[in-house]
Every structure is written in C-alpha cells, then in structure tokens.
Design a protein around this ligand. Structure first.
Ligand code: XIL
Length: 322
C-alpha cells in the first residue's frame, strides 16, 4: 500500500480504517476494513430472529477478494438497537437466548473469513486469526456498568454469554471488548481491567481489548502507552480500534495542525512500542466520511486525509509513528 509500512514496522502491526457500505466502492481504503455500522448492533437482525447480512457481505466480500484483514464490529452494543429489542419485554432467559443467538449467528456467518492472509504488509505474510468487537461500550465513564437493555435484565452475565457464543461460532476469531475514554489510566480503564481479570479468572474467552481512541488534538493522555501495557499485562492483546483526533474549533491553525500530526505519531508509536498492540484502525481515514461533524457539531478535521483525499500532516505522523 502507499503507506510503505513494511519498511518502517519491525513487528506485525496493521494499519486500517473503518467503513460502511455507502463507501465500500471508494477504493482508497488501506489494508483493513473494520465494519462500521453495517455489522452494527442488530443492524443484522432487524426483526427478532431474522438475520440480514447483505450490506455487511459487501464489505466482507471486498476484504476477501483483496486479502485484507477484517475486524468485525460489533456483536453487542447499547446503541443503534432495533425497536423490537428496545421496546420488547423479555425475561432473563429470553434475553440471554437473544444475545447468544445474535452473537453466534453473526460471528458464524463470517466464520473462516475474519482471518485471512495479511495484506502483504509484512514480509512473512501468514494467515492470522482476526477479531470481533464482541462487547462494545459496556461502561460509563465513572467505571460503573452502563445500565442498558442488556444489563438491566441480565446484569453483567450478557458479557460472558456473548463471548462464549462468539467463541463457539468461530473458534479461530479473536474476541475483543471495545470502549472509549479508556485511552489513559483512570476509573473507566480500571473497571475494564478488573472485568478482563475476572473473565480470565473464570475461563471466559477474551483475547483483546479495543482502545477506540476518539481523541481531541493536544489531549492524548500522557499515560497512553502505560495504559496499553497494563492491559497487555492481564494476558490480552490490545488494538487501537477507532482512531481519530479532532479539532474542537475550525478551521485549525498551523500550530494545531502540527499538534495533530504529533498526536497521531504519539498514538501509533505507543502501539508500536507495545509488543501485544497489534494494530491501528482509524475511524474513517478521510474527513469526507468522518462521523465527527455530525456527532460533535463544529468539530472535525479529525482524519489523516482531508475531504478531498489529500494527505494531511497527520498522515506523516502515522508514518513516523510506525
Ligand atoms: C458511529 C458511526 O461512525 C456512525 O456512522 C454511526 O451513525 C454511529 O456510530 N463508537 C463506536 C462506533 O463503537 O460504532 C461508533 O460509530 C462511534 C463510537
């Protein structure tokens, strides 16, 4: 790929981007497609028990044809839920079945696909297990569990339920728990570390932690690398799964643009420095499709390429970080 990362990275470190089907034919994506809302929570189960994979298949087929790694995102998330789930009333056994069946069917549909030959980014390309964000955003920022439709009926049991179902569906896929505002040490990171410890102690399958990394220019936590190392010390790998580094006011000035470049370098270099940090996925690589402006009005310019696919200094920061 144009990133020439093989020459830079001494370890197996991937670089990729999120996408969704409206963008899939935009052929400028690099190395990995992380399924954005197409695999989104229950976007693949619009009616109870009825599964629809055609949109996500577009992306999965594209990655299969081009030998890219594929991160599945996600199985269980409190957001973007269908009405039948949010308005329904379920007993704990009924909801436990719904969660297990959804995770199993979704992961099984892509069994044997979520690991493919690496996209020649490394000299010794080998087929490699790849990953699902099985649980997405389970915690509040204060470290308590998010009181969502799953927790309110199943307490925390939905988490092992989903992980066991995913493992049964595709034993060769790596299973992740993914969250944001866990990029530095703090209450939310500690809560997730405690959850990982507990799951490991109980023999629940958990292979990795996804650090979303939706950051603000100039505010990369000073404990970023230490935090990665603390997760890895628990026996899991980590990945930077949704990297974007936004400006809170636009247009950015020269100092801000330079800071954004440095911030991208800092994040990628930290992942590169931690052996079990396996890769970096940006959350859309071009400002053209970034979720930031619609989610954080007045903020943006968060991606390494601008809306016209012109590389920004942030792109150079990524290269330097590798
Ligand atoms: C966002 C998508 O980028 C948007 O297009 C969608 O409208 C909402 O979800 N954390 C996550 C992602 O795990 O799934 C979210 O993606 C961004 C925050």
């Amino acid at each position: 790929s144009g990133l020439n990362l093989a020459a830079k990275s001494a370890k197996k470190l991937y670089f990729g981007t999120a996408t969704n089907s409206e963008q899939w034919n935009d052929t400028k994506y690099y190395n990995i497609l992380k399924n954005d809302a197409e695999f989104g929570q229950f976007a693949t189960e619009p009616e109870e028990g009825v599964f629809t994979f055609q949109d996500a298949d577009i992306i999965a087929d594209f990655t299969k044809k081009t030998g890219k790694l594929l991160r599945g995102h996600n199985c269980v998330w409190y957001n973007q839920l269908p009405d039948w789930l949010t308005t329904g009333t379920f007993t704990a056994p009924e909801l436990a079945f719904i969660v297990s069946r959804h995770c199993y069917n979704l992961v099984n549909h892509y069994k044997g696909h979520v690991y493919v030959l690496r996209f020649n980014i490394h000299a010794n390309s080998t087929s490699d297990r790849y990953s699902w964000d099985v649980i997405n955003e389970a915690f509040n920022d204060d470290g308590t569990f998010r009181e969502d439709v799953f927790y309110n009926t199943l307490n925390t049991s939905y988490i092992p339920l989903a992980l066991y179902a995913a493992r049964a569906a595709d034993p060769n896929a790596k299973l992740y728990i993914n969250d944001y505002n866990i990029e530095g040490t703090g209450a939310k990171s500690t809560a997730l570390k405690n959850l990982v410890k507990s799951l490991k102690a109980d023999g629940v399958p958990i292979d990795g932690v996804g650090i979303q990394s939706h950051l603000i220019v100039g505010e990369v936590p000073s404990t970023f690398q230490q935090n990665l190392e603390e997760f890895v010390a628990l026996g899991v790998e980590v990945a930077i799964t949704e990297l974007d580094i936004r400006f809170q006011s636009l247009p950015p000035d020269a100092a801000g643009i330079a800071q954004q470049k440095q911030d991208y370098e800092t994040v990628v270099a930290a992942c590169n420095a931690v052996e079990k940090c396996v890769g970096v996925t940006v959350w859309d690589f071009t400002d053209k499709y970034s979720w930031i402006p619609s989610t954080f009005p007045g903020q943006g310019d968060a991606c390494p390429w601008d809306e016209n696919y012109v590389k920004k200094p942030a792109y150079e920061g990524i290269i330097e970080g590798f």
